[in-house]
Design a protein around this ligand. Structure first.
Ligand code: FAD
Length: 450
C-alpha cells in the first residue's frame, strides 16, 4: 500500500521535532501536526519562558547584595508588562527558529489537531492522511483536581501571560513547577503562599534537599504550608477567596495550580487503533518507544516516564535511529541529571539517600553545608548544601545532590561522572576548582554517621 507519508508525527514539541528532523535526514517523507505552536511545552510555555522569569526575579536580591560589594544602587522598579512582552518576543524568535529548522530538514508542518483513526491513519481538519508509521508526541497537560471553583484557578500556562503581576498569589502543589513559580513571584515582590497537601514538598527528591529548600524558601518570605489543601475557590472582584482544609480562609489576587501533569491522550483517537494505554492515560511503550500496535510509536511526556525535555529529545532521536536509521536504539533512563530552578536552585543526579539505601543496603553518605562566598559580602543568610551517596560494596557514587548558587550548572558535569559509574576514590583524585561551590564534590572526606 502506498502511504501519504513514511512518518506522521503528532505534536511538534521537544520529542516530535527531534524525531521528525532526524527521520527526514534519513530520507523519510515526514509530516508533523501541531495544534498550538511549534516548539511545544518547553519552548512556548515551559522551561524557556520559566527560566527567563527566574532570571528576572533574581534582580531584587542581586541589587540588595551589590551594596555589600560597595555599589550604590539607585532607585529600582520592576515592570511586569515589559518583562512579559520581551519574553514573548524571545519565544516568537525561538518558535520561528524551530519552524525554520523543520522546514530546512524537509519536514512538512501541518497546523491543526490530529486524531488517530487507525494503525496507519490520522484525520486532520476533515482530511484523512495515511502514514507507514505514526509517532505520538503530544506531551502532557496540567492536572486540575476536582475542587469547587477550580475554574477560577490558573495553571503555569496562564501564569506566563497574566496582564498584571499578582501582588498576592497562592501556589498549590509541591513539585518543581510549584516551587519555581513561588520563587519567581516572591523575587518580584509578591506575597506568596505555597500550599501542599503532603508532609513535605518535592516528593521523590532527597529528603535533605526537600528540608533545605523549605527553609530557604521560608527565609525569603514564602509562606510554605504543608499538610494543607484547598477545599473551595470563590471568585471575588479583586481576585479569589480560598477555603482551606484546616478551616481557615484566605484571599489572593490569583491562585495557581501546579498539581502534576497528565499525558495528553484524551480525544486523541488511540482507542480506534487499539493502542494500549496505562495509568492516567499514558501511552504504553517498549524500550524502543513502540506501542502494542507495530506502526504506532510514542515518545516524551505522553508516555509518562521521565517528564523532562532532554529525555523527550533523546527518546525522539532514538526512535528515528531505530525506525529510519537502521540502528535500534533504546534511550537509557538511569542517572538523569536534572535541575530545579527554585531559589536557591537544586541540581541532582542519581538516587536519593532513601532510594540508595533500599537498592544497595550498605551506603556511605557525605555532606557539606556551607555559606557560598558570594553571600559573605553580599549579606545573604542563604546556605548551600552538597551531598553524595556511595555504594559501599563498589565505591561507586550512586547519587549526587546540591542546593545552592549555581547548582543547576554544576550538576551537569557531576552527571557525567555518575553516569559513567565513577567511584568516590576517582572523585577524590580529581583536583578541586578553587574557590568554587562545585569543589565540595571532590572535597567531602568523612562519611556522615548513619
Ligand atoms: P511537548 O513539548 O508538550 O509537545 C507536545 C506538543 O503536541 C504540543 O506542542 C501540543 O500542542 C501538541 N499536541 C498535543 N496534542 C496534539 C494533537 N492532537 N494534534 C496536534 N498537536 C498536538 N523540562 C526540563 O527538562 N527542564 C525544565 O526546566 C522544564 N521546565 C518546565 C516548566 C513548565 C512550566 C512545564 C509545564 C514543563 C517544564 N518542563 C521542563 C517539561 C518539558 O516541557 C516537557 O518534558 C517537554 O516539553 C516534553 O516534550 P514532549 O515532546 O513530550 O511534549
Amino acid at each position: 500500500m502506498e502511504f501519504d507519508y513514511d512518518l506522521f508525527v503528532i505534536g511538534a514539541g521537544s520529542g516530535g521535532v527531534r524525531a521528525s528532523r532526524i527521520a527526514a535526514g534519513f530520507g523519510a517523507r515526514v509530516a508533523v501536526a501541531e495544534e498550538f505552536r511549534v516548539g511545544g511545552t518547553c519552548v512556548i510555555r515551559g522551561c524557556v519562558p520559566k527560566k527567563l522569569l527566574v532570571y528576572a526575579s533574581h534582580f531584587a536580591e542581586d541589587f540588595e547584595m551589590a551594596k555589600g560589594f560597595g555599589w550604590t544602587v539607585g532607585e529600582t522598579s520592576f515592570d511586569w508588562k515589559t518583562l512579559i512582552s520581551r519574553k514573548d518576543a524571545e519565544i516568537d524568535r525561538l518558535n520561528g527558529l524551530y519552524i525554520k529548522t523543520l522546514e530546512g530538514a524537509g519536514v512538512e508542518i501541518i497546523n491543526g489537531r490530529a486524531v488517530v483513526t487507525g494503525p496507519n491513519s490520522v484525520s486532520l481538519g476533515g482530511r484523512e492522511i495515511t502514514a507507514k508509521t505514526i509517532l505520538v508526541a503530544t506531551g502532557g497537560w496540567p492536572h486540575m483536581p476536582d475542587v469547587p471553583g477550580i475554574e477560577h484557578a490558573i495553571t503555569s500556562n496562564e501564569a506566563f501571560h497574566l496582564d498584571e503581576q499578582p501582588k498576592r498569589i497562592v501556589v498549590v502543589g509541591g513539585g518543581y513547577i510549584a516551587v519555581e513559580f513561588a520563587g519567581i513571584f516572591r523575587g518580584m515582590g509578591s506575597d506568596v503562599t505555597l500550599l501542599y497537601r503532603g508532609e513535605q514538598i518535592m516528593r521523590g527528591f532527597d529528603d535533605d534537599l526537600r528540608d533545605r529548600l523549605t527553609i530557604e524558601m521560608q527565609r525569603k518570605g514564602i509562606d510554605v504550608r504543608t499538610g494543607t489543601n484547598v477545599t473551595g475557590i470563590e471568585k471575588l472582584d479583586t481576585g479569589v477567596h480560598l477555603t482551606l482544609t484546616d478551616g481557615s480562609t484566605m484571599e489572593a489576587d490569583a491562585v495557581m495550580y501546579a498539581t502534576g501533569r497528565v499525558p495528553n491522550t484524551s480525544g486523541l483517537g488511540l482507542e480506534a487503533a487499539e493502542v494500549e494505554l496505562g495509568k492516567g492515560g499514558a501511552v504504553k511503550v517498549d524500550a524502543f518507544g513502540k506501542t502494542n500496535v507495530d506502526s504506532i510509536y510514542a515518545v516524551g511526556d505522553v508516555t509518562d516516564r521521565v517528564q523532562l525535555t532532554p529525555v523527550a529529545i533523546k527518546e525522539g532521536h532514538a526512535f528515528a535511529l531505530t525506525v529510519f536509521g537502521g540502528t535500534p536504539t533504546s534511550p537509557a533512563h538511569d542517572a538523569i541529571p536534572t535541575a530545579v530552578f527554585s531559589q536557591p536552585p537544586i541540581g541532582t543526579v542519581g538516587l536519593s539517600e532513601s532510594d540508595a539505601k533500599e537498592k544497595y543496603g550498605d551506603i556511605d553518605v557525605y555532606t557539606s553545608d556551607f555559606r557560598p562566598m558570594k553571600h559573605t559580602l553580599g549579606g545573604s543568610d542563604e546556605r548551600a548544601f552538597t551531598k553524595m551517596i556511595v555504594d559501599k560494596s563498589t565505591g561507586k557514587v550512586v547519587g549526587a545532590h546540591m542546593i545552592g548558587v549555581d547548582a543547576a550548572e554544576i550538576i551537569q558535569g557531576i552527571g557525567i561522572a555518575v553516569k559513567a559509574g565513577l567511584t568516590k576514590a576517582q572523585f577524590d583524585a580529581t583536583v578541586a576548582v578553587h574557590p568554587s561551590s562545585a569543589e565540595e564534590f571532590v572535597l567531602m572526606r568523612t562519611p556522615r554517621d548513619n
